[in-house]
Design a binder for this molecule. Structure first.
Ligand code: SAM
Length: 255
């Protein structure tokens, strides 16, 4: 049941809009003026008529993040975010350090994975970026477990014994001393990078340090258009998504 203060997503096959249910009227992009009070006590999944269109009231979902969040810096796509969570074995109750809040899309995926018993400590250099990230994280309802900080993830991290350390910054290798200080033994470090040059440098830096089980993958999603007799890959979508380099911290130097 939807309550005052909740965030909802108005979904139609043509568009999606994010909206907070305050009980007041609001102007919603692509729809016009909407009385948000009409959603209070509705159940998620309900259909509502707004103007000439029918929308479904849904929970804001991470997979629609790129369509519904406020855009600032380039975001990590939902498919990449889910791979990052999986490759670092991030789950309920975990403590995670993140470098580079950007628009908060990856923060939201990490926050979803750690659940309300976990914590994500996110370092961001730019105040303006953190403001956008905060707004987006709030709209997914994950603020309770988030510790956003203005700071440099290559210099300012104070957390220790964390389960995972994830960065989306241009120079992941600069963070390596603090990564080693913050991670617990057996914890995962992962860098998301858009170029192979960054992959090579990050990988080498990890090989030279106390990481094992180092791997790199390109992550790519190809959507399909499904219609009777005409199932084919979509012409839309990103041609390039990026790479993840990941390893596990040990306490020994490689022999
Ligand atoms: C591409 S954006 C991150 C996008 C984010 N992963 C998302 O999905 O919305 C990179 C961010 O890292 C921040 N950044 C770059 N170097 C940093 C550093 N050393 N410490 C903290 N933040 C940094 C930038 O200001 C920028 O906001």
């Amino acid at each position: 049941m939807i309550s005052e203060g909740d965030w909802i997503m108005l979904w139609s096959p043509k568009s999606m809009e994010l909206l907070q249910v305050t009980g007041e009227t609001k102007r919603v992009r692509g729809i016009g003026v909407v009385d948000t009070g009409k959603f209070i006590c509705e159940s998620l999944g309900s259909a509502v008529n707004l103007g000439r269109d029918t929308y479904h009231v849904l929970k804001p979902t991470l997979r629609h993040g790129p369509e519904i969040i406020r855009r600032g810096p380039q975001i990590v796509q939902p498919i990449m975010a889910s791979v990052i969570v999986h490759k670092c074995d991030i789950g309920c109750g975990d403590k995670v350090v993140e470098g580079g809040a950007g628009s908060g899309m990856l923060s939201a995926a990490l926050l979803n994975a750690v659940g309300n018993q976990g914590k994500v400590y996110t370092y961001e250099l730019e105040k303006d970026h953190l403001k956008i990230a905060r707004e987006n994280v709030r709209s997914f309802g994950y603020e309770d477990r988030w510790v956003p900080k203005i700071g440099d993830v290559t210099k300012d991290v104070v957390e220790t014994e964390v389960d995972a350390f994830v960065v989306d910054i241009p120079q992941p290798w600069d963070a390596m001393d603090l990564v080693i200080g913050a991670l617990k033994k057996g914890g995962s470090f992962l860098a998301y990078v858009p170029t192979v040059n960054q992959v090579e440098r990050t990988y080498k830096e990890m090989l030279d340090r106390i990481f094992i089980d180092i791997e790199c993958s390109e992550v790519f999603e190809r959507k399909m258009v499904v219609s009777e007799g005409g199932v084919r890959p979509s012409f839309d979508g990103l041609g390039h998504n990026g790479y993840v380099v990941r390893g596990v911290k040990t306490d020994e130097t490689r022999s």
